[in-house]
Design a protein around this ligand. Sequence first.
Ligand code: HEM
Length: 345
Amino acid sequence: MAFSKASFSFIVMIVLLSSTTSLAHPGLGWGGKGGPFGGGSSGLFPEFYQYSCPQANDIVMLVLRKAIAKDSRMAASLLRLHFHDCFVQGCDASLLLDDSAKIVSEKNSGPNKNSLRGFEVVDEIKAKLEEACPQTVSCADILALAARGSTVLSGGPNWELPLGRRDSKTASLSGSNNNIPAPNSTIQNLISLFKRQGLNDIDLVALSGGHTIGVARCVTFKQRLYNQNGNNQPDHTIEKNYFLDLKSVCPKSGGDNNISPLDLASPAKFDNTYFKLLLWGKGLLTSDEVLYTGKVGTTIQLVKRYAEDEGLFFEHFAKSMVKMGNISPLTGFNGEVRKNCRLVN
Ligand code: HEM
């Protein structure tokens, strides 16, 4: 018999050994970029923690459920963290690093300061994951899992999430200031900043649909109410009653931290009303409304289609979230798995 018991055990041993090595140094040894499960070109794949921390997503969801029950806005805040992470050096949790001798934190950039929330929830998830599976689940993957979980718990779509990102040892304050679009962006600004990340017009419109949940501070849309183009005139694309409502929340002077929902109809529900509101001139930020008023045919058509067809929006949002989550991840021996998301090991 050519295939003896001994040689069979030998083969089993080799297979076991090689799979342990692969798990210890993920991304290497699986033969090919997508891993054994066909994860695409990013080097990430959904089953990454299947053996090393099978309960990872359950732990994330447990903490999310509690945090969102206490504060429904937390879902929005966590979704936004993944976006602000991925647009700066890729999805590598650079966003989560605090100031230190070697790190200038992204948390103090224009788009982030006094604005981002949810860091304590990420800390809690990380602490529970460190208890269950020490130094295994990266902070960058926690942000991706929290973004998906927050979407699902708000009533939005679910998707298969490629995993295996590792955490950066650096942050980029200038990257954060330069790559994250401003709320008063023109449609051309938005298109070009998304393009820089490898994201197209569909990704731009679908992902802007993230504004179906959460709120914005007065300072981010005040310009539209009093002086949109430097001529002391409001933005005439705002619907009249909505304009009056917004002025009562956001006076000409002061009140910069007053808040208004990005989707006034259902601020805690992930649905397609955001797009319906854009058709009615009730988008909160300039960057929202220009998707419809910006005279770019593709984005106008997409706003209309998503407003009509929630299923299509959900499908595109899920796809674009995977695409955004695949921006320049660190894999293999690059980066590290932080023990504390705020500090390099
Ligand atoms: C298209 C360009 C975008 C611009 C210009 C933009 C801008 C903003 C601004 C100014 C705020 C309010 C911040 C504050 O008041 O402190 C905000 C909130 C938010 N953004 Fe975006 N954003 C964009 C894209 C995205 C994307 C792609 C996502 C996720 C997929 C997202 C998710 C959110 C969420 C969920 C909130 C609410 C956060 C909360 O309530 O804590 N945004 N965004």
